[in-house]
Design a protein around this ligand. Sequence first.
Ligand SMILES: [Zn+2]
Length: 347
Amino acid sequence: MIDSFYKKEHLTGKYLDPFNGFKEKEMPFEIRHDDITGVTCRILPGRYRIPVKPDIQAYLEKSTTSNCPFCPGLFEKGTPRFTPNISPAGKFQRGKAFLFPNAFPHDRFNCVAIFSDEHFIGLNELTPEAMQDGFGVCCDYFKRIKEVHPAVRFCSINWNYMPPAGGALIHPHIQTIVGENPTSYVARITAKARSYQEAVGSNLWRDLIAYEKETDERFIASTGAIAWMASFAPQGLAGEIRFIFHGKRSFFDLTDNDMIDLLAGLSRIFGYLDGKNFISFNLGLFAGLAENDDLWVQGRVLPRISLLPLGTSDVNYFEKLHDEIICPYVPEVIGGELKDLFQTRKE
Ligand SMILES: [Zn+2]
């Protein structure tokens, strides 16, 4: 049943190749559509090149600790505080991590959390320990906001790591959104799970995990309750990694061990991306704040690139105007490489 959601078409472009005496050359590609996420993308294996690692120093020279609103000094003076009914202390704190209201909210309950006072943490330094308090302080906030506003039903933890992914600041920070209504993506996958349940009498997320595990083309690993896999149709130019918490129907179903498994898995993925010369990613974790069998807690990681030498965006007219993605990274290759990595590290 799940395979009917995955559509794949093989096509070939043809031209006379200037690098081979203008002989006819065929360039195969695939159009893929994932009916669960609604993503359509074009996999172009022939276009794959190992990215050149951008100069991180150049970013650090433009964004220094002295002009950073999240570094000690400006942080105490310049970040918003909560009203006392939400937090008498004004901010949520765990260790060196803080959570506070976004100064430019794009939802009623939109916050920012920093992991620590460390201005820059490299991809390969994002250990579970480095992220633990930052994610923990989001958990504290979700509990509190649900107490104060019981009607809220959805939450997410989001991350634009470094400028190629839209990060406006180098200082590592994540953002939370809480609301009564889901965002478009969450509404789409939740509706899909609902209609699947009604049509098939089974849970979409359970069946999706089982399908990916069984076909073993993109499945990476199970760690605790979490199933990790490469997305069949990635939302980004550099592929996509998904994770689903088996049977977790609300954010509040997550245990401390689930969070440890999540951060350990993410840390492995970030190490993998670092090894592939990436310096940037988007991450989203989506969950209900009320029990919802149509939305098992889940998320996705999207590596992001600025194409050198011009710093060209990895989003162009195809993504913006046609609502389709061009991806030179083959999902099954990403899945296979990460599978090996997860197995190696477990030993
Ligand atoms: Zn800073």
